[in-house]
Design a protein around this ligand. Structure first.
Ligand code: SF4
Ligand code: SF4
Length: 195
């Protein structure tokens, strides 16, 4: 199966869990414009080659002005990727929205709704919302991030840090982006409802 098809299946699996939780609990805080997690990442973003290829294609599809801004922000990020807090250079800070939302990595899609070894992969807003709704919270079936990571690695290979990806994929200027995927681009998935 082509990597792109595998990636879409993972998109769908995550979206299914996310929508089930958010639709059943209107108080869930994750929504478009809530960008605290993108401004305060726990670590440098990592994704598989197939995911970065999709991100590169989404960057290429931006208009020239936006592309130049992201190009600049990624370059700045690579100068000191470990600087805390880690803010994602793909975030449009004015709008509080991801510039490549439809192509964002799997880790971004699952954040806020998945647990790893019993710990929530989410921010304090989600924690507070769960605390405010203890009866509902105890009945929620969260996604399993460890299982997801294992399946993604098995299907798409190891992850690559954002700075390493950008150093290898960075074009000479903001007009073209190389990607490492040989799969056809196809339409980007949009199962995740914009929040
Ligand atoms: S994880 Fe937190 S900061 Fe991120 S979208 Fe959800 S509520 Fe907002
Ligand atoms: S890629 Fe987009 S969704 Fe993911 S951390 Fe960056 S701005 Fe946020």
């Amino acid at each position: 199966m082509p990597d792109r098809r595998r990636l879409r299946l993972f998109d769908e699996t995550i979206a299914h869990r996310v929508d089930a939780i958010a639709d059943a609990h209107p108080w869930w805080p994750c929504r478009c414009g809530c960008d605290g997690c993108c401004r305060n990442l726990g670590d440098v973003p990592r994704a598989t080659a197939a995911e970065w290829a999709r991100v590169g294609e989404a960057l290429h599809a931006l208009d020239e002005t936006a592309r130049a801004v992201v190009h600049r922000d990624l370059d700045a990020f690579c100068e000191d990727p470990d600087r805390q807090p880690v803010g994602c250079p793909l975030l449009d800070r004015e709008r509080g929205a991801c510039r490549i939302y439809e192509a964002r990595p799997l880790a971004c899609r699952s954040y806020g709704f998945f647990v790893s070894r019993g710990d929530g992969r989410w921010c304090g807003l989600v924690e507070a919302a769960l605390d405010a709704h203890p009866d509902e919270a105890s009945a929620i079936t969260f996604g399993n991030r460890d299982a997801l990571d294992h399946e993604v690695r098995a299907a798409l290979g190891d992850t690559i840090a954002m700075d390493a990806w950008w150093r290898s994929a960075r074009p000479a200027d903001a007009h073209s982006y190389s990607t490492s995927s040989s799969d056809s681009v196809g339409p980007l998935p949009s199962q995740w409802k914009r929040r």
